[in-house]
Design a protein around this ligand. Structure first.
Ligand code: SF4
Ligand code: SF4
Length: 84
């Protein structure tokens, strides 16, 4: 599941455009992350971009996933070989 947004989200919309996988969207009440699209930014950046920009620190790591799983997701989403 990678990262998740908690109910402390203030709907500021800063994280959404930062996601390289378009995994973030406005949900019913707060922003949400699609676990099938979040790679923890692996393959794109060294650190999760949404976490870096969130002004209220409400995007903790959810269920832990191995780097191999995240890289495989990157390949599925982008159609490109992952940087290993
Ligand atoms: Fe998107 Fe990266 Fe945040 Fe996952 S960690 S939701 S891929 S910005
Ligand atoms: Fe919510 Fe943080 Fe995203 Fe702003 S940056 S919309 S507070 S999760």
């Amino acid at each position: 599941m990678s990262l998740k947004i908690t109910d402390e989200c203030i709907n500021c919309d800063v994280c959404e455009p930062e996601c390289p996988n378009e995994a973030i969207s406005q949900g019913e009440e707060i922003y949400v992350i699609d676990p099938d699209k979040c790679t923890e930014c692996v393959g794109h950046f060294d650190a999760p971009q949404c976490q870096q920009v969130c002004p209220v620190d409400c995007i903790p790591l959810g269920q832990e996933e191995s780097r191999e799983v995240l890289l495989a997701r990157y390949e599925k989403l982008t159609g490109k070989p992952a940087p290993r």
